[in-house]
Write a protein of this length. Structure first.
Length: 80
């Protein structure tokens, strides 16, 4: 049995700095360029309002700044 951290602990949110119930999340965002791509990652303990805020921020940027390069054409749908 592995020793993992329990979910929803009262910790400091890494975005708003409030002491709230948090979860560890991972979000990925892809920026496509003509011949390259760049991946942005967010791995943090966030409260529920900040999770929603960051989720929509990453999703909107994935949709709007998405596949302008060949590799990004395939990677962006996976991140969405």
């Amino acid at each position: 049995m592995s020793a993992s951290r329990p979910l929803n602990l009262i910790r400091r949110c890494q975005v708003c700095q409030q002491m709230r119930a948090t979860r560890t999340i991972w979000f990925y965002r892809n920026v496509g360029m003509l011949f390259a791509r760049r991946t942005y990652k967010l791995n943090a303990d966030l409260c529920k309002p900040c999770i929603h805020k960051k989720f929509w921020e990453f999703t909107a940027k994935n949709i709007l700044i998405r596949p302008w390069g060949t590799a990004s054409l395939f990677v962006t749908p996976i991140y969405l």
